[in-house]
Ligand binder design. Structure first.
Ligand code: KG4
Ligand code: ZN
Length: 398
């Protein structure tokens, strides 16, 4: 099945294209403060996991187009991302997705100041598809190639929107990047220099959501389903203990939580309801909240609500103490789990003494606008990659 492509929120139509200039050679690019001469368009390409995405972003702030082809339907029946299938789907989607991003933004290859691609971390076979495509476009068009770290991309989803809104993020900022593959705390300096303060020692938070959902028969990916159902349960009903960390107190751990859910399930004879949900989940995709509620007893809703609250507590307590440690003047929360409505509500209710920024929903999960945005300061610094740059599955940010 061909992946479904969707365009996420763009600024198309609000941008004056009259000052468009040809990219391709750095000497032709005129960078300038907002509102004066110089329009810089970057094509971003993202393929690190199970989304094939391309976007055109102008001056690091205006999303002219953003196309995301999701492979959700391909992987959901396996309960997680199958790397070989992901590479194959990227291969099928990359050309139409890039073409749609260019056409949707009225951009020709010759208009591009640079082509940015995710080089890691991620699945190597998936990364290779987007990166190789970007290299070919760079070679064909003469526009320089910029290598972007996926985690830095997530942070720049927030930077992009702040820039667009004219909001000044104060630095140092504490960034919590929380997705299916990452749960990291970074200190972010004004120059976009990063220092790792803590990370998960086992599962990523999104992975914990996905594993618990799978265990309970809610299918993949589990985060959005648990998010939708948690408000129907009592978050205080099932006590989960907060993981105490030896060594770095800013590290996270989610495997204990996952095991506690497993034990709870074993102790409460839930086989029949789990089987009913699996059958429902196999019958069709895109189930509604009401359909899930019809096969989920109140006690299980309490379990979901309590689990989600425990994950949120684990994330926010450590993020707040990391922020305090570095004297942060802002907090940035990004990555797929940043879509979680309970996390957003808890962060705003926490009364933290600095602003907390989340990306809009379309920019929280994987997308290419964030990759193009992260490339913008690199373009200003002339940080280009050679055509020999490699995909790096385990690339770190700091
Ligand atoms: O950033 P992302 O799209 O891909 C990675 O880089 O991993 O994040 C995907 C992860 C999945 O684990 C998914 O379950 C989780 O983000 N996720 C959520 C929500 N939406 C996506 N987790 C909790 N609540 C959500 N609303
Ligand atoms: Zn991601």
């Amino acid at each position: 099945m061909f992946p479904t492509a969707s365009a996420v929120g763009t600024d198309r139509g609000q941008t004056d294209l009259s000052t468009r200039r040809k990219g391709g050679a750095l000497g032709q690019i005129r960078l300038s403060p907002r509102g004066t001469v110089g329009v810089v368009r970057i094509l971003g390409i993202e393929s690190s996991c199970d989304e094939t995405a391309a976007a055109v972003v102008e001056n690091g702030e205006a999303v002219l187009s953003s196309v995301v082809a999701s492979q959700m339907e391909t992987h959901s029946k396996y309960g997680g991302v199958v790397p070989e299938l992901a590479s194959r789907e990227h291969l099928r989607a990359i050309t139409p997705v890039v073409r749609e991003a260019l056409e949707g933004s009225g951009t020709r290859l010759a208009d591009l100041a640079a082509i940015a691609a995710t080089v890691g971390p991620g699945l190597v076979g998936s990364l290779l598809v987007g990166l190789t495509y970007a290299k070919s476009l760079s070679f064909a068009s003469g526009a320089p190639l910029i290598a972007v770290n996926h985690i830095e991309g997530h942070i720049h989803a927030v930077v992009l929107e702040a820039r667009r809104a004219g909001t000044r993020i104060e630095f140092p900022a504490l960034a919590l990047v929380v997705s299916g593959g990452h749960t990291h705390l970074f200190e972010v300096r004004e120059s976009f220099a990063y220092r790792l303060l803590g990370k998960t020692r086992d599962d990523a938070a999104g992975e914990a959501f996905d594993k618990v959902a799978k265990l309970l028969g809610f299918g993949y990916p589990g985060g959005p389903t648990i998010d939708r159902l948690a408000p129907y349960g009592n978050a205080g009903a099932v006590p989960f203990t907060f993981a105490r960390m030896k060594g770095n107190a800013l590290d996270f751990s989610f495997s204990g939580l996952k095991t506690a859910v497993l034990r709870w399930v074993e102790a409460h004879g839930m086989e029949a309801e789990i089987a009913a949900r699996r059958a429902l989940e196999r019958s069709r995709t895109q189930l509604t909240t009401e359909e899930w509620l019809a096969v989920t007893p109140p006690r299980t809703l309490d379990l979901l609500a309590s689990f989600q609250r425990a994950v949120i507590k684990e994330l926010l307590v450590r993020a707040a103490s990391a922020a305090e440690r570095i004297g942060a003047r802002a907090m940035i929360v990004s990555g797929g789990v940043a879509s979680n409505s309970g996390l957003r509500a808890a962060a705003s209710a926490a009364g933290l003494p600095y602003p907390v920024y989340f990306p809009s929903l379309g920019l929280s999960t994987d997308n290419a606008a964030m990759i193009a945005a992260a490339a913008f300061p690199k373009l200003e610094r002339g940080e280009f990659a050679g055509l020999d740059v490699l995909a790096q599955a385990n690339l770190t940010l700091a």
